[in-house]
Each structure stands twice: as C-alpha cells, then as structure tokens.
Design a protein around this ligand. Sequence first.
Ligand SMILES: CC(C)(COP(=O)(O)OP(=O)(O)OC[C@H]1O[C@@H](n2cnc3c(N)ncnc32)[C@H](O)[C@@H]1OP(=O)(O)O)[C@@H](O)C(=O)NCCC(=O)NCCS
Length: 185
Amino acid sequence: MQSLSPPTSLTQTRTASDTDKAMQKKTTVDLKIRTPQETEIDAILKLFEYEVRAGKMLPRYPDKIRKELDNWLVATDGDHVVGCVSLVFFDDDLCEVRSLAVDRAYRGHGLGSDLVKAAVQMAAGRGMHRVLSLTRAVSLFERLDFHQADVACFPEKVWRDCEPCPFRDCCDEVALVYYLDDSHH
Ligand SMILES: CC(C)(COP(=O)(O)OP(=O)(O)OC[C@H]1O[C@@H](n2cnc3c(N)ncnc32)[C@H](O)[C@@H]1OP(=O)(O)O)[C@@H](O)C(=O)NCCC(=O)NCCS
C-alpha cells in the first residue's frame, strides 16, 4: 500500500489559537472521526444545506444515508457533527470518496483532509484497490497522493452517476484517483 500517513489522530485536541474566530469561544476542541449513529443523519444533511441550495451539490436523502450508514464517517467536536464523508462502492476494486463536507466554522484546518484519510483507510479495510474522487478541491486531494485522471477511464462512474446527473453538461469537477497498492505505478 502506498504511504498515506494516518489521520493526524482520530482523536485530537487542538487549542483555540489553531482555529478560526467561530471556534475561539471554546478553549479546546475535541475532534473525533467515527461511524455515525442514525440520530446524526439530520446533522449530516445540515452540512450540505448551503451547497445544495447554491446548486453546487446534489441533495442527499436520509433514507439512503440510513441504509448505508456503515459507509459513512463523521467528524465530531464533542456532541456536534462538524464534518462527514462517505464511500460508494462500485465493485470489489473501485470505490469513490463522496459527500465530503466540513462545517464552515471548522474549515481550513485539515479536517477535510483527515476525513479523506480516514475514508481511504476504510477503503483499504474493505479490500479496495482504487479510490476515486470527483471534486473541486483538487489541491486537498493531490496533497494526499491522489492523482488526476480522465473520468472516462471509470466507466462504472460515468454510466451510474455522470450520465443521469443534471450537472453533466456543466460539470466543473476533476477526477482524481488514489491507488491502494503498487500495481498501478
Ligand atoms: C471541501 C471541504 C470539505 C474542505 O474542508 P477543510 O476542512 O477546509 O479541508 P482542509 O483544511 O483539509 O483543506 C482545505 C483545502 O481544500 C481547498 N478547497 C476546499 N473547497 C474547495 C473548493 N470548492 N474548490 C477548490 N478548493 C477547495 C482549500 O482551498 C484548501 O486548499 P489549500 O490548503 O491549498 O488552500 C470544505 O471546504 C467543504 O465542506 N466544502 C463544501 C462542501 C464541498 O464542496 N464538498 C465537496 C468536496 S469533494
């Protein structure tokens, strides 16, 4: 498996000086990344509210999330859900990092990257070989050793998601892939 350092720590405490204004009311934050509970689905949906309303993201549906809860991770600060990510599996080789979101007050401090790292670890644990991402946050993924790719190389993705997508004629997302073994290098 290619080197990808584990999330800084799945449980980490950062001081307020590391964080932005919205977090300065607190002296510390207690960030954890873990599988969500059903009761946290509304909080997950809230993380996408702005992007969905702005037409930058397709809506996510609670029933679908409930059915696939084991494929989701949330970042929590105490009792609060402040970030999430999910994996979507195409077959026993390829999966996709999807639904990455971080509460606006917590952005820019590496939490999004930690969620992606945790999702890659989850993919490795499920025996996957390739992890795909379609994203605008290209620098975030490239820093984690994802490599830009042509989405046409992923017919599983194109046929299942891109063809029926309402944004398909104006898609500004870039495909990137992470290889979990050395056979592709
Ligand atoms: C994308 C997101 C999860 C990043 O969370 P984060 O905690 O700020 O992530 P990190 O601190 O690890 O990394 C931030 C990097 O992502 C980049 N980034 C975030 N959103 C971006 C976007 N829409 N377009 C381009 N780059 C973006 C930032 O510019 C920053 O890069 P830099 O360090 O080179 O300046 C967060 O911005 C978010 O929730 N955005 C709205 C939801 C969304 O767009 N999700 C889709 C992403 S696949």
